[in-house]
Write a protein that binds this ligand. Structure first.
Ligand code: UDP
Ligand code: MG
Length: 321
């Protein structure tokens, strides 16, 4: 099978029939073999029965329904696991992304050899409360991750099947799939300017809370796990050590200074009346705590099932050996 199209959806009953018809038109015009994976992320409207009806007329539709709302990342994750196509396309269900982009995305993966091609909504039809924060957010992500995409969180993306089979998304991490993929060693990440429509039916499912609080926190986790996940002690241990040393030598200096002044008969104050003593103490305490955190993290990562998280790209099997 050439193409899997993954569509996470939450209460999108009005859009689905039009979306399905449009995808089918494009697929048939290009004679692709394909499947549409509709993942109902706990809709409370009639989305699921719409999916059932559509699948009765189109045998290429597969449906998965969550018992409750788990979020877009979870929906994408099951689709990643279930997908059978050589190329996986993800798109939103709300008709904001155009299925007409699929053939070119497919070509870029297949012929230009990209691991991922991300859509770029160069001209966006969203309210300004969304477009301005998104610009900022993309800039920060670009800086922190080194993945040079203009529109990291575009719902319309294409993946080589190898990519989606080797990464895991959870939480709010669907925003950073290219970053996760990059850490996993898939570095050929491309971009294609795509058409974008205003939402035709329904409302956006992402409030400010998820976009501004959970999103950035997940970026921190990803960056941390990507850089230090395999060796947390290198981060905690080094900061902890530095803090401890600074605190220790400051305290030592305060003590020696006091003894020196006493022996010389110079006027002195109590060590505990010296504010620097408390700073030194705090620094030592925090250093120790960071160090211990490092140890605990090492123990945790040693027990992680993927502690040797390498992905093998190719292998030579020689029959003579
Ligand atoms: N979605 C989902 N689960 C959620 C939230 C959203 O499956 O918890 C789906 C939603 O139905 C849509 C896609 O994710 O197909 C993108 O959501 P939306 O269009 O609301 O986001 P926006 O375009 O406003 O960023
Ligand atoms: Mg949308």
């Amino acid at each position: 099978m050439q193409i899997s199209i993954a569509i996470p959806l939450l209460n999108e009953e009005e859009s689905l029939p039009e979306l399905e018809a449009w995808i089918r038109r494009v697929m048939e015009a290009n004679q692709f073999t394909y499947e549409i994976l509709m993942v109902d992320d706990g809709s409370t409207d009639t989305s699921w029965s719409v999916i059932e009806q559509l699948s009765a007329t189109n045998p290429n539709i597969r449906g998965i329904k969550f018992r409750r709302n788990y979020g877009k990342s979870a929906a994408l994750h099951v689709a990643f696991e279930a997908a059978k196509g050589d190329v996986l396309i993800t798109m939103d269900a709300d008709l904001q992304d155009s299925p007409d982009e699929i053939p070119e995305l497919y070509r870029m993966i297949k012929e230009d050899g990209y691991d991922i091609v991300s859509g770029w909504k160069k001209v966006r039809h969203d309210p300004i409360s969304k477009t301005v924060p998104t610009k900022l957010y993309n800039a920060v992500t670009r800086m922190m991750s080194g993945v040079k995409l203009h529109d990291m969180n575009c719902g319309l993306k294409a993946y080589k099947s190898e990519v989606i089979k080797s990464i895991e998304v959870y939480g709010e991490m669907h925003r950073y799939i290219p970053v996760i993929a990059k850490w996993a060693g898939f570095s050929k990440i491309g971009e294609k300017v795509v058409q974008h429509q205003a939402r035709k039916f329904g409302v956006t499912k992402f409030g400010s809370w998820k976009r501004f609080i959970r999103g950035p926190l997940d970026l921190l986790s990803i960056t941390f796990v990507g850089k230090f996940g395999q060796r947390p002690m290198h981060l905690f241990g080094s900061i902890g050590m530095i803090m401890f040393m600074v605190g220790f030598f400051s305290a030592l200096y305060i003590g020696i200074n006091k003894l020196y002044r006493l022996s010389e008969g110079l006027p002195t104050i109590l060590v505990t009346d010296n504010p620097f003593f408390y700073i030194a103490l705090t620094s030592m305490l925090m250093g120790t705590m960071l160090f211990l955190t490092g140890f605990v993290s090492e123990l945790v990562s040693r027990n992680a099932p993927n502690r040797n998280a390498y992905l093998i790209e190719r292998e030579i099997q020689n029959e003579n050996v």
